[in-house]
Write a protein that binds this ligand. Structure first.
Ligand SMILES: [Zn+2]
Length: 62
C-alpha cells in the first residue's frame, strides 16, 4: 500500500496499485478540482500524469 499526495492540493490517497489510487482520486478531482479538469489541455494532462507517476514511484511501500 502506497500513499501519495494529490497533485493539486495536500489531500492524501492510498491504494495497492496506481490504478486504484487514480480511481479514488477521480471523485476528489470532480469535487475539489473541477476547474483543473475543465481547463485541462493535452499538455497539462501529460504533466499531471508525469507528476502522479513520479510521486507514485517515490512513495514508500507500507
Ligand atoms: Zn486535491
Amino acid at each position: 500500500m502506497k500513499t501519495i499526495t494529490c497533485v493539486d492540493c495536500e489531500e492524501q490517497f492510498s491504494g495497492e496499485t496506481k490504478d486504484e489510487v487514480m480511481k479514488t482520486m477521480m471523485p476528489h478531482y470532480g469535487a475539489a478540482h473541477a476547474d483543473v479538469m475543465e481547463r485541462g489541455t493535452e499538455e497539462g494532462k501529460k504533466q499531471w500524469f508525469a507528476t502522479f507517476n513520479e510521486r507514485w514511484e517515490q512513495a514508500e511501500e507500507k
